[in-house]
Ligand binder design. Structure first.
Ligand code: ADP
Length: 189
């Protein structure tokens, strides 16, 4: 089972990805978490990444593609994975295609979670109170939403054309949203 989960910041990608990996016993690859690990380690990638993340901007495609390529080649990915927060640009999506092709992997599903902007912003403000994340403050939250619509939403069409896109309502209780996702995935599996 190889899937990706997309959607604007705050829609619950990470929360749902955690439920899905438990259900299918697959690996969770969150590029946001991988980047935050690099920042914690103060690595070269981390230093570059924090300058973008703190402004609510996207980290350069080249960095993301090499990071994801490396992660996907680890043996724990053999059984399947869910990509969370990647790809986020057209160039990342086409770069990912090439990586997967070389590895002989095929994506089974692209899940796109959606919710209204006001709900997303209020969820992120709440999360910011506990997460301590440098990018969970109102100014940056609004910037991240804007960037999602400008740079990431266009790739929905990319997956639609490949016939693997499923739009799922991200509003409601966590386990209800999980059920919606599993229903779609199991129906098409
Ligand atoms: P959210 O979806 O709530 O914005 P993430 O943890 O997925 O949170 O990402 C946090 C930040 O990390 C993004 O705003 C961006 O700066 C950076 N980032 C994560 N994934 C990518 C990616 N695929 N391409 C570029 N930047 C990324």
């Amino acid at each position: 089972m190889k899937l990706l989960i997309m959607g604007p910041p705050g829609v619950g990608k990470g929360t749902q990805a955690k439920k899905i990996i438990e259900y299918f016993n697959i690996v969770h690859i969150s590029t946001g978490s991988l980047l935050r690990d690099e920042i914690r380690k103060n690595s070269n990638i981390g230093v570059v990444a924090s300058s973008f993340i703190d402004k609510g901007r996207l980290v350069p495609d080249k960095t993301l593609l090499s990071m994801v390529k490396k992660r996907l080649s680890e043996t724990d990915c053999d059984n399947g994975y869910i990509l969370d927060g990647f790809p986020r640009t057209i160039d990342q999506a086409s770069g990912l295609e090439k990586i997967l092709e070389k590895m002989g992997h095929n994506l089974d599903f692209a899940i796109s979670l959606y919710a209204e902007k006001d709900e997303l912003v209020s969820r992120l403000i709440k999360r910011g109170n506990d997460s301590g994340r440098s990018d969970d403050n109102i100014k940056i939250i609004i910037e991240r939403q804007k960037i999602y619509w400008e740079q990431t939403a266009p790739i929905l069409d990319f997956y639609k054309k490949k016939n693997i896109l499923n739009n799922i309502n991200g509003l409601g209780k966590i386990n209800i949203v999980t059920k919606r996702i599993l229903k779609v995935v199991e129906k098409n599996a």
